[in-house]
Design a protein around this ligand. Structure first.
Ligand SMILES: Nc1ncnc2c1ncn2[C@@H]1O[C@H](COP(=O)(O)OP(=O)(O)OP(=O)(O)O)[C@@H](O)[C@H]1O
Ligand SMILES: [Mg+2]
Length: 360
């Protein structure tokens, strides 16, 4: 559901911008430090109650203020509906949509966002948890059952780890949590595998256009030797787990592996190539989402031109244009990206000057 109105209050240096985004392409330009990434952070906050730049809310909230608030209207099949998200430094979170409160899963499903920013490379060279989040974003949006499996698995893992950590292992209790761990863990893994199987051809097709001659292979690793039964793996590793105090193998160790020319892709690709690979992954993820949910997502793309030469930036914009998603794209120079769109695209240009937003 595209956002048709945004009012941002008490986020970083932003001077309470209030604006009506275009339903398709929004380009926000401005000098360094003008607040471009902060606008994208505010939209991410609206859809997840969190920043993508910092885990700590106090960094997002304007210095000297005690809460951040983003109010919006999102399009529905009939008319725009109000959505507001507020978080205080004391820890209160308020999410109101069309007169009722939403929990975090309902909010995430209402406004699915894809982010590309400087930390995006972590998808290739960061910790496995970043890649698990990527896979689980897809799983979550592909099937309503996914969140129940994910929560059930997390609970079993937490209980197992706590028994292992404190050393007083009640065998009966352990068997109960082992059964939950295996049952939820195997189902969760099947969903993750099915999602990657769905994503892979889309990713390859987009990558072939964006990166032409470079072939990147993507494989899902479930977190244990998948030829073996998870129950048998738990039994085998129990003595080592008791000594180390936590669960060793299992879906909590799942990962994606990217290879290029037979080596780890992160060690082979240039920065621009990495950006294109990660962009292809995010574009593919949006495409799979649209096919399933029959509605667009919101793309937040920070500094699109950085690392990319003009032909690649143009190709990337063409994918965004074809996608039907609502895009918020930032860049320093107001003139760089304006030429890349067909004349009938719903396009809005904004310029930021020291936290103040001006339409162009
Ligand atoms: N909590 C805060 N309160 C007030 N101002 C802040 C806060 N956090 C950051 N700032 C300031 O907000 C400004 C906006 O930062 P932002 O990263 O959004 O700029 P940008 O336009 O994306 O810059 P760049 O082109 O360098 O990426 C910076 O000048 C920064 O110093
Ligand atoms: Mg920035």
């Amino acid at each position: 559901m595209p956002i048709s109105e945004l009012q941002i209050s008490r986020i970083r240096n932003l001077q309470a911008p209030s604006f009506s985004p275009a339903s398709r392409i929004n380009i926000i330009s401005g000098q360094n430090g003008s607040g471009k990434t902060s606008i994208l952070e505010a939209i991410h906050f609206l859809s997840t109650t969190r920043s993508f730049r910092s885990n700590e809310l106090r960094h997002l909230v304007t210095q000297g203020e005690s809460s951040a608030l983003v109010f919006s209207r999102v399009e529905s099949s009939t008319h725009p509906l109000p959505l507001g998200v507020e978080r205080t430094l004391e820890g209160d979170v308020r999410v109101r949509f069309d007169g009722r409160s939403l929990d975090s899963a309902e909010l995430a499903s209402l406004l699915p966002v894809q982010v590309l920013y400087s930390g995006t490379f972590e998808l290739l060279d960061g910790s496995p948890s970043v890649r698990r989040q990527f896979v689980d974003w897809g799983g979550f949006h592909a099937d309503p059952a996914f969140i129940t499996l994910w929560r059930g698995f997390k609970r079993a893992l937490k209980q197992r780890n706590s028994l292992l950590k404190y050393g007083k292992i009640d065998r009966f209790q352990m068997q109960v949590w082992d059964r939950e761990f295996v049952s939820y863990g195997e189902q969760l893994t099947r969903h993750r595998q099915a999602y990657i199987a769905r994503l892979l051809p889309e990713f390859k097709a987009i990558l072939a256009v964006l990166l032409g001659d470079v072939d990147v292979d993507l494989k899902f690793y479930p977190g244990w030797d998948s030829k073996r039964d998870l129950t048998a793996v738990l039994a085998d590793q129990f003595v080592r787990e008791s000594a180390q105090g936590f669960t060793l193998s299992g879906p909590q160790r799942a990962d994606l592996r990217f290879r290029c020319d037979g080596v780890n892709a992160a060690d082979r690709l240039s920065r621009g190539q990495k950006k294109l690979v990660v962009s292809a992954l995010r574009l593919a993820q949006g495409q799979v989402f649209r096919q399933k949910a029959d509605r667009p997502c919101i793309y937040l793309i920070d500094d699109l031109p950085s690392e990319l030469d003009e032909p690649h930036a143009r190709l990337f914009c063409q994918f965004l244009e074809q996608s039907q998603d609502q895009c918020f794209i930032t860049c320093v120079d107001p003139d760089t990206l304006t030429e890349f769109w067909s004349p009938d695209t719903d396009l809005a240009l904004f310029h930021l000057d020291a936290g103040r937003l001006l339409s162009r």
